[in-house]
Design a protein around this ligand. Structure first.
Ligand code: ARG
Ligand code: ZN
Length: 841
């Protein structure tokens, strides 16, 4: 069943208050609700429909009189009075057989909930739509020591607790957690002097992994006050770690629930990137308190209103507390790896979709990451001050609202006077724009001609031009900046921009800071930009472009690695005034998937094995060429101080890892072994293990690692994933086949499932192995998982989204697997939607 944005209609009823009582029991939890409804004067009609799925209705009444509503798979309808009334119901649910991890379910012996997007309807009958906001009072009864819900604690005793959330909220922000939990406490004083109690709740034994998350939470609270003027609004803020979770984390009001992999951290068990990610996700969920909770979405088509903005805000936070250029480069790498393939394939959809079948399938890189890019462009176009004013107006005007993209754009129009009609196409049109640059030079005038073109996407054959902010700087022949960064607004299909009064023809640095999410084609002296660009992003991009060209020439024309580029790169690597993390990013090759995309753009059908071979040859050439230099570089990456997960130390270890990856090609893994044996933190240990595996000498270390960490679920996820990701293509499939038979392979745990199958589908040459074995293996397990957990199954189907790029044989193999999924009896609507869209291309 497809739902359309254009069909939006307000619900016929407002809710004055909600009282819920939970009598917890694994097999038969009773949920009693008391809800005061009143007619909504803004609604077209007063039809009374409550969502409800997989509920056993025990009783229902209106104003104290029993009623017999009409029940369906989706919910209930009932004759109701024309004026205000009290609705009461009691339902029974079975959390311990809820394997979909949506609604109320059990994870490791504790009760927890996940209601976004439409999980609340699996808890009780309710208008489960984000534009129905209400004040909740929740009583939890159960023989568990810790009983949590949203808002402030009103009272508790043996076997019960009562919570009241004074802020009206939609049902998707409801949460309940109960279990044998321990808390890691903290405290925060808000800018107006209010005390907030902070807690991270974990299972006993995990208390030692909470300190970093707590610091990150406090830093986020402070940052949102200082940068956005946003203060926290309850007496308490709770975070809970759960092991079984479909996504990263959830911003439930006052009670954020986290996938344990996104909050628990310790130096011994977590890598530097884990720490950085945890910090960002804690910030993200916290920032949702204003962008998502206080101002929520009118309907799920507006998902990017909260997600794009909140990703943008967490990115600003990370840039502030770490390195802004490094963060930007990492984001663009991710955008190209995850969002571009989506935007250029069968799953392409606008940042604000116009229709969907299953909203859970739209928690995508497009909504989140492209959604954040759109906000970044808006900020670039209006400027920092105007952005700040507009956002203040947004908070003033819409606090307490369920808002839309129109509301968001209107505050910018009202506060800047700018017409954003054309800009709005970024929300409405899918697909990555392609921008080409042409240069001309005459009589001291330099002209840039920019053209944009966006290919068709499913359901959108013709695209209109976007407003694209293109940041440009000009560099003189001796390397100095002759024109500082300016924002060119490309709004037509083709536009020219003149720069006059120049003494000599400059070199143009275009799309600085990656000022728009586009694919840029610009025939420019990249080696010159690599040496001289003052914009750190474009300096990196110059090298990345040279790397792509080099690999393209190697794959397509059998060329040798580009010695001139490697010379230029070496100069950068030798510059020890540059941040080690930045140099490590310079050294990192484009991913195989990115190369497949580049080949495709150049009209070459990508051969995954050929990409693998070329990347191997290139890395070996780097290692051989820098045999004398690598030990010197390695020396600079040594950290003598006690482990800290901050940007400075992490950057050194990142560069150290890149150096080790080359060194193991020269010493057969000797340095990696030494590092493995002496490592006192997971970053060094895991990098060493990966390199031992890649050198083909990792089996002893692998079992030592298993012996050391077999009782730590999060570290075991790494053990599972690394064996696949650090193996040669065919070996990776063999490993995956063996791992799914391992006694510790708990396939119903999403983290463990993704550890193996995420690694397999991201190992480009293994996944696309000519035998088709990886396609078949993934499909076997997707079919198995679909009965238990449709959401995670559906998400993982996107591994097949680029299938039309490959040769006819591979397409035939993939199509057969997709058909096999479609033929599965009782295929979930989630998976059905994903596979149908992929097959339709
Ligand atoms: N709002 C959450 C976040 O951005 C994501 C929750 C998504 N859940 C889902 N079932 N689709 O952190
Ligand atoms: Zn979010």
């Amino acid at each position: 069943q497809t739902i359309f944005l254009k069909d939006y209609a307000a619900f016929g009823w407002r809710i004055e208050d909600v009282h819920l009582t939970f009598h917890l029991s694994g097999g038969a939890t009773r949920v009693v609700s008391r809800i005061h409804f009143a007619p909504n004067p803004d609604a077209p009609e007063q039809a009374f429909f409550l969502h409800g799925e997989q509920l056993k209705l025990i009783r229902a009444s209106i104003d104290g009189n029993a009623v017999s509503p009409e029940l369906s798979e989706q919910g209930l309808t009932c004759d109701v009075p024309s004026g205000p009334f009290l609705w009461e119901s009691e339902v029974e649910i079975a959390p311990d057989s809820n394997t979909a991890l949506e609604g109320l379910y059990m994870s490791g012996g504790m009760y927890c909930t996940q209601c976004e997007a439409e999980g609340f309807r699996k808890i009780t009958y309710y208008p489960d739509r984000p534009d129905v906001m209400a004040v909740f009072t929740v009583r939890v009864e159960g023989d568990m020591p810790v009983l949590l819900s949203n808002g402030n604690l009103k009272g508790n005793g043996d076997g019960w607790a009562e919570w009241h959330d004074p802020w009206p909220k939609p049902a998707y922000l409801f949460a309940l957690v109960a279990g044998d939990l321990v808390n890691f406490p903290g405290a925060f004083k808000t800018m107006s002097g209010k005390d907030v109690a902070l807690n991270i709740w974990v299972r006993p034994g995990d208390e030692g992994k909470c300190a970093f998350g707590m610091e990150a939470l406090i830093a986020s609270m402070k940052w949102d006050e200082e940068v956005y003027g946003r203060e926290y609004d309850l007496e308490i803020f709770n975070i809970v770690a759960v092991d079984d979770f479909n996504m990263g984390a959830m911003e439930n009001k006052g009670l954020n629930v986290f996938n344990s992999s996104c909050v628990l951290a310790s130096p011994e068990t977590s890598t530097d990137s884990n720490f950085e990610r945890i910090e960002a996700i804690i910030a993200h969920e916290y920032f949702h308190n204003w962008t998502g909770n206080r101002i929520t979405c009118r309907d799920w088509f507006q998902l990017c209103l909260k997600e794009g903005l909140t990703v943008f805000r967490d990115g600003q936070f990370t840039s502030d507390v770490r390195s802004a250029p490094v963060k930007r480069i990492e984001d663009v790498i991710q955008l190209r790896a995850r969002q571009f393939p989506e935007d250029q394939g069968p799953l392409a959809h606008p940042v604000r979709p116009e229709s969907f079948q299953e909203i859970n399938n739209f928690y995508t890189a497009t909504i989140y990451e492209k959604g954040a890019e759109v906000i970044g462009m808006l900020k670039t176009l209006v400027g920092d001050d105007a952005y700040a004013k507009a956002v203040d107006l947004y908070f003033d005007r819409h606090d307490g609202d369920a808002a839309t993209i129109e509301d968001w754009l209107k505050v910018f129009e009202d506060s800047t006077g700018r017409d954003l009609t054309q800009f709005k196409r970024w929300y409405a049109q899918a697909g990555t724009p392609f921008v080409t640059v042409e240069e001309a030079w005459e009589d001291g005038t330099f002209t840039l001609t920019l053209r944009q073109h966006t290919p068709p996407s499913p359901g959108q054959d013709v695209k209109k031009p976007y407003v694209i902010p293109v940041a440009v700087g000009l560099i003189g022949p001796n390397g100095n900046e002759v024109l500082e960064t300016q924002i060119l607004e490309l709004a037509d299909a083709e536009q020219s921009f003149d720069f006059s009064g120049l003494a000599a023809r400059p070199v143009a640095s275009v799309l600085r800071g990656f000022s728009a999410p586009v694919v840029l084609t610009h025939d420019v002296d990249r080696a010159f930009l690599l040496a001289h660009d003052s914009d750190p992003f474009n300096r990196w991009e110059a090298s990345r472009g040279l790397a792509r060209d080099c690999l393209l020439a190697m794959i397509r024309d059998g060329a040798a690695p580009d010695a001139a580029w490697l010379d230029g790169l070496e100069k950068v690597l030798r510059d020890d005034t540059l941040d080690p993390a930045y140099r490590a990013l310079m050294l990192e090759a484009p991913s195989a998937a990115e190369m497949a995309q580049v080949l495709h753009e150049n009209g070459v059908i990508p051969d995954p094995q050929a990409i693998w071979d070329a990347m191997d040859t290139l890395a070996q050439a780097m290692a051989d060429r820098w045999a004398g230099f690598l030990p010197e570089l390695a020396e600079q990456t040594k950290v003598t101080a006690a482990y800290k997960p901050d940007a400075e130390q992490a950057g050194k270890r990142f560069l150290g890892g890149a150096v080790l990856a080359l060194t193991r090609r020269l010493d057969g893994g000797a340095a990696a072994l030494a590092q493995f044996e002496t490592a006192d933190n997971m970053t060094l240990q895991l990098v060493a293990l990966g390199n031992l595996l890649r050198a083909g000498v990792g089996d002893a270390a692998l079992s030592a690692f298993y012996g050391q960490w077999k009782d730590d679920r999060l570290v075991m996820d790494k053990w599972f994933g690394l064996q696949v990701s650090a193996s040669a293509p065919k070996d990776a499939i063999d490993r995956a086949e063996a791992l799914v038979q391992h006694e510790a392979f708990d396939w119903q745990n999403p983290n463990r499932f993704r550890a193996v199958f995420g690694a397999l589908s991201m190992h480009h040459a293994a996944f696309h192995h000519v035998s088709g074995r990886a396609y078949a293996l993934l499909t076997d397990w997707l079919i198995k998982l679909d009965d238990k957990n449709p959401q995670t199954t559906a998400r993982m189907c996107s591994a097949f989204q680029t299938w039309r790029r490959y040769d006819a044989d591979r397409q035939t193999l993939i199509e057969a697997q997709l058909q096999r999924i479609m033929a599965k009896p009782n295929l979930s609507p989630d998976t059905n939607e994903m596979v149908s869209r992929i097959l339709a291309s």
